[in-house]
Design a protein around this ligand. Structure first.
Ligand SMILES: *Cc1c(COP(=O)(O)O)cnc(C)c1O
Length: 383
């Protein structure tokens, strides 16, 4: 596309690329693992081996660059492969700051693996900017990691303010923007250096691909180290998965917009529910991070919310046991709505309350979702 267009159009047409050789609108899937060298020993195609260079990544990476307003993007085999590459491109001895409440698998990796590998990892309350200011060590802190809204309490961090604090301390800001997706927030335009997505979630959106992505504001030595981590450790996405991801992203705006609308309606319904202790959703005016969320999220507050069920852990688990339309499963951002007792997943050291159910509101009819959850709360309470 030569014209400047709105992001919905970019996503729907995947930048409007047409295959030169065939005029195909849907791209080919390149399965070749290797590429021919020129007779004079050069690789003018720019492609050597598919662990690093696969033409099946190009379009999806270009779409992500455009949606996030970045200059470089890389697909990874999973969100975890993308997130860990951000840290592994640093050096042993570097100090990094991460939130206490964040995607649990990455928190575990940071606490158990990254520390053994030599990173100094400090966990703080990332909704508290004064705490962040105190934690940044000039000349030592290389990276601040933010997740907003953060799993599974949907804690909000002010990205622009965190970016300023990180920069003043000589550190980069990386944002796990999986929950917001580029439909709602563009962290690079707010001052972040790197955006990470579990593309398994909203970007692909159909619960049928595990994938990850990073987008960088600019090319740099650091970005080249991130790319080297991908190529050398080998967390590369397969060509079929890259193709499915590109297809999924075409409907990203429709799916996220439907999920936001339904989540807002559901949150307001649940807030008045006699069997619900508390609703955690950034779209509610009573939610602590609401005003910052309103400032940095456009088009809605996301499809993710959590509820604390009256009657404690047993009532929460019994509620999840009685759903019919909602599916009891981990993950988020697919087409089918999911419910999960989060503390059971996170294990012994979880900061998550035991009465909490995490809801991924997706694209079904919202009245069906409300009725099903309402009857499950009542039956769960009686159980
Ligand atoms: C799922 C998820 C991840 C990890 O991504 P995978 O694709 O499962 O490896 C990281 N961050 C958030 C917020 C997630 O929801």
């Amino acid at each position: 596309m030569d014209k400047m267009v709105m992001p919905e159009t970019t996503a729907a047409q995947a930048l409007g690329w047409v295959d030169d050789a065939t005029k195909a609108i849907s791209p080919a899937i390149h399965t070749s693992t290797t590429y021919v060298r020129d007779a004079d020993n050069q690789y003018r195609s720019g492609r050597v081996y598919a662990r690093d260079h696969n033409p099946s990544f190009d379009q999806a990476e270009a779409v992500l660059c455009e949606l996030e307003k970045g200059s470089k993007a890389a697909l990874f085999a999973s969100g975890m492969a993308a997130a860990t590459a951000v840290f592994m491109a640093l050096k042993p001895g570097n100090h990094v700051i991460a939130p206490k409440v964040m995607y649990w698998s990455l928190r575990n990796w940071l606490a158990n693996y990254a520390t053994q590998w030599g990173l100094q990892v400090e966990f703080i309350d990332m909704s508290n900017l004064d705490e962040l200011k105190r934690a940044v060590r000039l000349g030592k802190t290389r990276l601040v990691w933010v997740e907003t809204p953060a799993n599974p309490m949907w804690t909000i961090t002010d990205i622009a303010a965190a970016a300023e604090i990180a920069r003043a301390g000589g550190a980069m800001l990386a944002v796990d923007s999986t929950t917001a997706s580029p439909v709602l927030t563009r962290p690079l335009t707010l001052g972040a250096d790197i955006v990470m997505h579990s593309a398994t979630k909203y970007l692909n959106g159909h619960s049928d691909v595990i994938a990850g992505a990073l987008v960088a504001r600019e090319d740099s030595d650091y970005w080249q180290r991130v790319k080297a981590v991908r190529a050398q450790i080998g967390g590369t996405l397969g060509p079929f998965e890259a193709w499915l991801l590109l297809r999924g992203m075409r409907t990203l705006f429709l799916r996220v917009s439907a999920a936001c609308k339904s989540a807002q309606i559901l949150a307001e319904f649940l807030q008045g529910h006699e069997l619900v202790e508390e609703v955690l959703y950034p779209g509610l005016a009573s939610f602590p991070g609401h005003e910052i969320a309103a400032k940095q999220m456009n088009n809605g507050f996301g499809g993710m919310l959590s509820i604390r069920v009256k009657g404690g852990e047993a009532a929460a688990i019994a509620t999840a046991a009685h759903v019919d339309i909602w599916k009891r499963a981990t993950s988020l951002g697919g087409v089918e709505s999911l419910i999960e007792h989060r503390a059971s997943v996170e294990g012994a050291n979880t900061p998550v309350p035991f009465d909490l159910l995490r809801l991924s509101v997706d694209i079904e009819n919202v009245d069906d979702l409300i009725d099903d959850l309402d009857q499950a709360l009542m039956r769960g309470h009686r159980a």
